[in-house]
Ligand binder design. Structure first.
Ligand code: HEC
Length: 582
């Protein structure tokens, strides 16, 4: 291993000694006060400190840290980010802290650029002397030479031809010491429906999508020029596996995003509340040949079992069908939190309670509307012998800031990595921030401890609310224009329908509060329309019919947003959407 770099202990020891001497004279001083940076935007348990290692580097997805401390980040672009323009230069970023202050001074982009027609990717991993990265439909690698921080050589193609259509075009991966490259092919659909995400659409049976999607494929990391095919499938029935890591016994843990829209598409079987609390997000252990249940089954954490989904004859959660033959998760988490990465903590730098457990980055939900959204945090799950050995805690929180929804969240946790000397890195694919988290407290501390509540969401205190209040239309509804043939009262009612306060629709879940857009639904305030001419009639038609095949977004918009809106509510929300765009 490379010599311990300047930034790890030399300076930290100084800081630690200083803070300890302060503690001796003033024991009441909070741990936070001993952290050099206090404006990082996140909260952590006592004894932990964060620094903003890098910022605004693009839609930062997964990360990997070399033994010499260089942090490699993959960034992405495209429909998940409203097709915005990524930063100039390559999608991959090499970051290095040159002077030990916890921030990267060396920030250099490499690899394919947007100008070259690239889209970037999610997965990145270090194996031998190579940086492996997902790029569009490929996994490529760059040689890491001793004297370079940023690789300068050309990309070599390890694997090409991965499917990149549909709802989950991302391909996170992991490589074991024998060079087995396990790579995720997310599902193209929500639950293999005949019509993706449309109300009461049955599932394809058999679901042929499984031949090339919703599973984990195995390739050889040491072999160039491999081409994706259904043959190399290693495990199946994983809807959208994103976070991978080994534990010390060599087991591979994989996160799994549960399906969406149980209530919206099956209102007779699931109440709105069941819809936002079901199904659980999962952590599974990867086994060759295993089937994890998608698309027929989903995991119900209350009943602690896989049950039959409504697309395959399920009755709202009692019927099990063949789901008892599928591989259940080893750990489960609240619905729709979106576990985008997982890292097992094998270092000894955090207190002993963290050893061997999993940090999980939750990207945050949209499908809990009209209930409050959740996630937007990093959770710690203690593990022993491949199973949970205690309750999970929220380890890092506050990423979203004031607004926990995908459109307005300040940051969304996306990738995790543990660096040399035990620092935990967290990436954010909203604003492109990377945090570096270290432990500066009592080295003999026992147990684990949750982060305090983030200051921003101490929304119980009225003073902490934004000027327009939490009512999404409070500030802007009166100023909205009224379309011909509609009334102000309709526009006002429409704002409530849109926000999910009336009628149970989840428009704002996909289109963002006030229609400002999210990764899964377009901005409705620009005055430009993807469907129709922007007239009240064309907007009304789009809302009534839905959008089964979006032009610029993943997923689909079900008719009426997936609920049965009354005629009045439908007319009102159409008038409101017209008003938003005019
Ligand atoms: C599951 C996510 C989702 C929900 C819920 C949803 N939408 Fe959509 N909406 C979309 C997508 C995706 C599109 C199509 C975007 C594209 O083509 O790229 C769309 C398109 C639209 C459009 C057309 C926009 C244009 O540019 O022409 C309107 C209007 C609209 N939605 C209104 C609503 C309203 C009102 C509701 C609630 C009753 C709603 N949506 C619920 C995802 C959603």
């Amino acid at each position: 291993m490379a010599p311990r770099p300047l930034h790890s202990r030399v300076l930290l020891c100084g800081a630690l000694a200083a803070s300890m001497s302060v503690l001796v004279t003033a024991p009441a001083l909070s741990a936070e006060a001993s952290c050099p940076q206090t404006d990082t935007g996140i909260v952590l348990p006592k004894g932990f400190c964060a620094s903003v290692f890098a910022d605004k580097i693009g839609h930062a997805r997964q990360i990997a840290v070399a033994p010499n401390g260089t942090v490699f980040v993959n960034t992405w672009s495209g429909v998940y980010y409203n097709n915005d323009t990524p930063p100039d230069g390559g999608f991959l970023v090499a970051l290095k802290d040159m002077d030990g202050d916890g921030r990267a001074e060396h920030v250099e982009r490499f690899g394919q650029t947007f100008a070259d027609g690239g889209k970037g990717g999610t997965g990145v991993y270090l194996y031998k002397d190579w940086v492996y990265a997902e790029l569009n439909d490929k996994i490529v690698r760059y040689a890491l030479k001793d004297d370079e921080i940023t690789p300068t050589g050309n990309a070599e193609v390890v694997l090409s031809g991965m499917p990149i259509t549909g709802d989950h075009p991302m391909h996170p991966f992991i490589i074991d010491t024998d060079g087995n490259l396990f790579v995720s092919m997310g599902s193209a659909t929500n639950a293999c429906e005949l019509k993706n995400r449309m109300p009461q659409s049955k599932g394809h049976d058999p679901c042929t999508e499984l031949e090339a999607r919703a599973g984990i494929w195995r390739y050889d990391a040491n072999k160039l020029g491999q081409v994706f095919s259904p043959k190399e499938r290693y495990a199946s029935g994983n809807r959208n596996p994103e976070g991978f890591d080994f534990d010390e016994a060599g087991r591979i843990f994989v996160t799994q995003h549960g399906r969406d829209q149980l209530h919206e598409n099956w209102p007779k079987l699931y109440t709105a509340e069941q819809g936002f609390n079901l199904p659980a997000e999962e952590v599974t252990v990867l086994k060759e040949g295993a089937a994890y249940g998608w698309p027929k089954c989903y995991y119900d954490d209350q009943q602690k079992k896989l049950v039959l989904g409504p697309e395959y004859g399920g009755d709202g959660g009692k019927a099990v069908g063949d789901c008892d033959k599928a591989e259940p998760p080893v750990a489960a988490f609240p619905a729709h939190w979106a576990p985008n990465d997982l890292k097992i903590y094998k270092s000894e730098d955090f207190p002993a309670g963290y050893r061997g457990g999993a940090f999980i980055a939750f990207h945050g939900s949209w499908n809990r509307a009209p209930g409050p959204q959740g996630g937007y945090n990093v959770v710690f799950q203690p593990l022993k012998d491949g199973k949970p050995s205690g309750d999970w805690i929220v380890f890092a929180d506050g990423f979203a800031g004031v607004h926990k929804d995908p459109g307005r969240a300040a940051h969304r946790p996306s990738g995790l990595a543990v660096g040399p000397y035990g620092a935990l890195y967290v990436s954010d694919d909203k604003a492109g921030r990377i945090w570096r988290i270290t432990y500066e407290g009592d080295p003999d501390a026992k147990g684990i401890e949750a982060a305090p509540a983030p200051k921003q969401s101490a929304a119980a205190s009225p003073g902490a609310l934004p000027p327009e209040g939490v009512h999404p239309d409070a500030g802007n509804a009166p100023k909205l224009p009224v379309p011909e043939g509609a009334t102000q009262a309709q526009v006002d009612l429409g704002a409530k329908v849109f926000a999910g306060e009336v009628g149970g629709a989840t428009c704002a879940g996909c289109h963002g509060t006030g229609g400002i857009g999210t990764p899964v639904g377009p901005d409705l305030t620009t005055g430009k329309w993807l469907w129709g001419d922007g007239s009240l009639k064309s907007i009304t038609d789009t809302i009534a019919n839905g959008v089964p095949e979006p032009k610029q977004h993943p997923g689909a918009m079900p008719p009426m947003g997936g609920v049965e809106l009354s005629k009045d509510d439908a007319a009102a929300v159409s008038a409101y959407v017209w008003a938003l765009g005019h």
